[in-house]
Design a protein around this ligand. Structure first.
Ligand code: MG
Ligand code: MG
Length: 259
């Protein structure tokens, strides 16, 4: 049984979600050819701390940075590094905060300069699959309805769903129950209850769904080394329609970034 959050807890989660959303936008406006992922990580860490929050990923099970920075064939959990972003790359940025005892967690995949049409499609479809998942995150549905919605949408474009990683509940802990897979069957899994706070985070591959773990024990790569995309938002399960806590508005309403 997953305990729904109280309205007071939801307000604290909302504050975290806004800090995370704004951090992603701060990073996004600096994504460009010639920039290192380490520089972007520093921008995020400073922004998070300037807002009185703690970068929750830093030190989590030994993770070395504030952000996961996953370039091209890295699905998730890449380390920020001296790698210099180049035109045509994609970089998935996953950000977590701890603020007033609660967590924030969202992710966005940014194109670096101009990307080819197939890559642009991968980004658009992955983000749209997230919104399909959110549409299914209503009270009375089950977790499998979310996964089904994400999977059927992404696969209808010939892309594939990473199955080894999933979304999750969010609260005082960064990862709470229920797990929220990006594939599944309608009507299966944990029942969604009003007030449940979950992160939905499709990881979609341009090629096959196979992945492997890098030798550093963190970075997850696509087996075929084709690109992967990752978008994540935090929502409250409500009756009729989920309520978004985090948002991409800070990113997408900034005209400085091309989409
Ligand atoms: Mg995340
Ligand atoms: Mg997450």
């Amino acid at each position: 049984m997953v305990r729904p959050k109280t309205e007071e807890e939801i307000e604290l989660l909302r504050e975290n979600a806004i800090i995370v959303s704004k951090t992603l936008a701060e990073v996004g406006r600096r994504v460009a050819p010639g920039v290192t992922t380490k520089e972007l990580n520093r921008v995020a860490e400073d922004f998070i701390r300037d807002h009185g929050a703690i970068p929750s990923f830093l030190g989590f099970e030994g993770f070395p940075a504030a952000l996961c920075m996953s370039v091209n064939d890295v699905v998730v959990h890449g380390f920020p590094s001296d790698y210099v972003l180049k035109e045509g790359d994609v970089v998935s940025v996953d950000c977590g905060t701890l603020y007033k005892g609660y967590n924030g967690d969202s992710a966005y995949t940014f194109p670096v300069g101009e990307v080819d049409a197939e890559t642009r499609k991968l980004l658009d479809v992955t983000k749209a699959s997230l919104y399909k998942g959110i549409e299914a995150a209503v009270a009375g549905n089950r977790v499998g309805d979310i996964g089904y919605a994400v999977q059927t949408y992404a696969e209808s474009f010939g892309f594939s769903v990473v199955r080894e990683l999933e979304g999750h509940g969010l609260g005082k802990e960064m990862h709470e129950q229920p797990g929220v897979p990006n594939f599944g069957h309608k009507g299966k899994g944990t029942k969604l209850v009003d007030g449940m706070v979950i992160c939905i985070e499709p990881m979609i591959n341009a090629g096959g769904r196979g992945v492997y773990l890098a030798r550093n024990g963190w970075a997850v790569h696509t087996q075929d080394h084709k690109k992967s995309a990752h978008y994540e938002l935090t929502v409250v399960v409500r009756k009729g329609k989920a309520e978004q806590l985090s948002t991409f508005d800070f990113i997408e309403k900034d005209g400085a970034i091309r989409f």
